[in-house]
Design a protein around this ligand. Sequence first.
Ligand SMILES: NC(=O)C1=CN([C@@H]2O[C@H](COP(=O)(O)OP(=O)(O)OC[C@H]3O[C@@H](n4cnc5c(N)ncnc54)[C@H](OP(=O)(O)O)[C@@H]3O)[C@@H](O)[C@H]2O)C=CC1
Ligand SMILES: N[C@@H](CC=O)C(=O)O
Ligand code: NA
Length: 432
Amino acid sequence: MEAISIGLLGLGTVGSGVVKIIERNQDKLMHQIGCPVKVSKILVRELDKEREVEINPELLTANPDDILKNDNIDVVIEVMGGLEKTKEYLQEAINHHKHIVTANKDLMAVYGPELLQSASENQCDLFYEASVAGGIPILRGLVDGLASDRITKMMGIVNGTTNFILTKMSKEGSAYEEVLKEAQALGYAESDPTADVEGLDAARKMAILSTLGFSMNIDLDDVKVNGITEITEEDLQYAKQLGYSMKLIGIAHREGEKVEVSVQPTMLAETHPLAGVQDEYNAVYVYGEAVGETMFYGPGAGSLPTATAVVSDLVAVMKNMRLGVNGRSAAVPQFEKKLKDDNEIFAKYFLRLHVSDEVGVFANITNIFSQRGVSFEKILQVPVKEKELAEIVVVTHQASLEDYENIMLHLRDLEAVKEIKSSYRVEGGAKR
Ligand SMILES: NC(=O)C1=CN([C@@H]2O[C@H](COP(=O)(O)OP(=O)(O)OC[C@H]3O[C@@H](n4cnc5c(N)ncnc54)[C@H](OP(=O)(O)O)[C@@H]3O)[C@@H](O)[C@H]2O)C=CC1
Ligand SMILES: N[C@@H](CC=O)C(=O)O
Ligand code: NA
């Protein structure tokens, strides 16, 4: 039977993994889809660069049209990254009736709905499992595995680089810059790691997850984002002392018809299922009304794990080709987007302040909280060495985001509050 012909856009960390898996698992692929799979052309920037995988140089091209407009290519696998130009390439490929597999969360978080619609109109598949949590089959888990349930909450450690950094800083006391370099060398970080450490990469993934999980179009702009760059050694020590693990957590929560989606450094109770997720590993905790708690765990970055998701998408495309149903699985969102207001978003908060070490200061601070009905779960006060200051650390009970931000404004106005050192969301055990 005639081979399925693949055009690969990119031969870096993920692209090399894709070539390896297609070569190594040719028998299994043949068994599943009934015909061989061959990589026919590969787009790269530098034709002469040394590669992680042995490749016939004749397969390499620097001209995208050799793939996008090539009538002999059935499926385009996009593992080059980028946004605007990449979108143009994929649109061109769809116009030429090619199925698409991509690992690109930047692209899917911004142009996903548009490209999916265009693919569907052209009877083309567009699959993107590798774009969220690398090798973990989370998108299929949501769309197929939990198809019968109503998902109300997803919490994810969805960025391998930041989880690697926070693990090494917490466990080994390593310095931020050093561990970031290590994560880059290991191929976990994006080519510009700003998106990783500032939380944008995780926000893109949460936008994709919540769009699928809640069946409503959640845009990247709907996700409140904070990264890990401000986390200090002191914060990590307090987290440990109070029984928490510091993690960059994406939260997508649906109550009634409204949702909230955010990414932020979070002090997570050590009893939470996500607290034990270490190094570059990712996990997505999903709560469904009928199923209850589930958790999807695995490698969120790296060559072969990510390529596994890419090639599994390829198998799905090829199975659809055999059945003649390509382009029919793109789900149209069921619900209109409704975002919670700040007075509907509730959480506990950790707050660390430096204040004048004087009589009455603590009472003034607690007044600001109690006037907004926010009480404390934990309070610590210690002197700040060699300064006339005290460090106050509190963990609040549940407070609305509106009240908490209002409290922060009033604290800043207080003469005795010298500095707000840090503030983090706190999450307890799971089950919501
Ligand atoms: N690395 C990971 O763990 C994960 C990555 N992803 C996503 O997968 C995609 C690829 O990531 P990764 O493999 O790490 O990236 P790399 O930087 O390792 O590889 C990118 C590849 O694409 C080629 N390329 C980039 N831009 C162009 C262009 N304009 N024209 C032609 N070729 C181009 C590069 O060519 P050349 O080699 O000649 O420079 C290179 O081969 C990204 O979207 C990333 O976000 C998703 C999950 C995990
Ligand atoms: N840079 C990303 C790679 C996978 O998406 C990460 O660190 O998770
Ligand atoms: Na995945």
